[in-house]
Design a protein around this ligand. Structure first.
Ligand code: PLP
Length: 375
């Protein structure tokens, strides 16, 4: 029996503790300057983020949910329009569609757990305005197929890349394929701040102009004149300064996550009872960044309880419920077989940059022992 070990799913205190001195300097610097809202640090972060992503415009906004909602609004999507998105996503993606007044239409996933172009195609109606790709778990959808589908039907392609920062498909970054793409800086996301934060990315000058107004009360960025109705959804300057600091070493974080994924693969790849995510170099078209490490097992609940008993915290994502199965939301009899089967089997193992080799080995030892495989 492997020894018990306390491994949290995500180590929130470590986010600060690992670079306490540098981060304290960043925070003190901002506070001493009294630079809280729409200041230089935000402008700098937006510039660096846009350069990192290879897009023309990046806007820091209050959170990743607002980012989607602002993007849709800036594209003119609203009442009477339908937006097709996967049911395998966080409720925020669908809620953003709902709150611009449009109708979220939920599609199934394919064998790769990403939005299935075949399922999307079957849901297109004369009211469909956009396809929302969701770059889930740190992987980018096969964007060529989705773009071809969007082109064929004259639809906009947009992206929720809250879980995809740094991930690429055919060399191109998640979040840069669509008319707009969005990011979240929730603490447990790939690039996490110390509160809420998000961004909208776009190459489209018209959309950029709309976002700049919508996030700041409709005020013209230079004159301050109110030129449209707007909201308040700005990324705090303090969070922006923290993010700007962390962005500098973000590629190291990605490399660390990929190394952990490779380690899981090496230790668990031979278990017939477990389906693992694709290994880091399994498909040359994909560069995955492993926001999450989500496995599948027929004995998911037992495995989870066993890990818990031995001090390892795992998570069944989103209360084990795909968006279309939250009864209060009115998706009625919608059935999405691949998504539903996935949610019965899925389990998130710990995946973050604070895990060391021994942690990953301990988790793998437990999983092997649970399945009766000695090393
Ligand atoms: C986290 C997340 C969001 C929302 O981001 P917040 O910053 O928490 O509002 C949206 N979509 C997906 C897929 C997410 O994982």
């Amino acid at each position: 029996m492997p020894p018990t070990r306390n491994i949290p799913f995500f180590n929130y205190p470590a986010l600060f503790a690992e670079q306490e001195q540098e981060l304290t300097e960043v925070i003190l610097d901002v506070c001493r300057r009294g630079a809280y809202i729409l200041q230089q640090d935000l402008a700098e972060f937006e510039k660096h983020l846009a350069a990192y992503m290879g897009v023309k415009h990046a806007f820091g906004v209050a959170n990743g949910t607002d980012a989607i909602w602002l993007g849709l609004k800036a594209c003119g999507i609203g009442p009477g329009d339908e937006v097709i998105l996967p049911s395998h996503t966080y409720i925020a993606t669908a809620a953003a569609v709902h709150f611009v007044g449009a109708t979220p239409v939920l599609a199934d996933i394919g064998a790769d757990h990403m939005l299935d172009p075949g399922s999307v195609a079957a849901l297109v109606t004369p009211r469909t305005k956009a396809i929302m790709a969701v770059q889930i778990n740190g992987r980018t959808c096969a964007m060529d197929a989705l773009q071809a589908l969007a082109d064929r039907h004259g639809l906009m392609l947009v992206e929720d890349a809250a879980q995809g920062l740094g991930s690429r498909f055919q060399g191109r970054m998640a979040g840069t394929f669509g008319r707009f793409g969005t990011l979240s800086f929730y603490p447990a996301k790939l690039l996490g701040c110390f509160g809420d934060g998000g961004a909208v990315l776009t190459d489209d000058d018209g959309i950029a102009e709309q976002i700049a107004l919508l996030r700041d009360h409709g005020r013209h960025p230079e004159t301050g004149q109110v030129v449209a109705w707007g909201f308040n959804s700005r990324l705090d300057n303090l969070q922006a300064a923290i993010l700007d600091f962390k962005l500098k070493t973000f590629d190291q974080d990605v490399a660390r996550r990929r190394a952990i994924a490779a380690h899981y693969q090496a230790r668990l790849g031979d278990l017939p009872e477990l389906a693992l995510p694709p290994a880091p170099d399994a498909d040359p078209r994909h560069f995955d960044v492993f926001q999450n490490y989500e496995v599948e097992s027929e004995r998911r609940d037992e495995l989870r309880a066993y890990l818990e008993q031995h001090g390892v915290r795992s998570i069944v994502q989103w209360a084990g419920t795909p968006v279309h199965r939250f009864e209060a939301l009115g998706f009625g009899e919608t059935r999405l077989p691949t998504t539903e089967r996935f949610f019965q089997r899925c389990l998130l193992l710990p995946m973050n940059t604070t895990l060391n080799e021994e942690d990953v080995d301990a988790i793998c030892d437990l999983i092997r022992a649970f399945h009766g495989h000695a090393d």
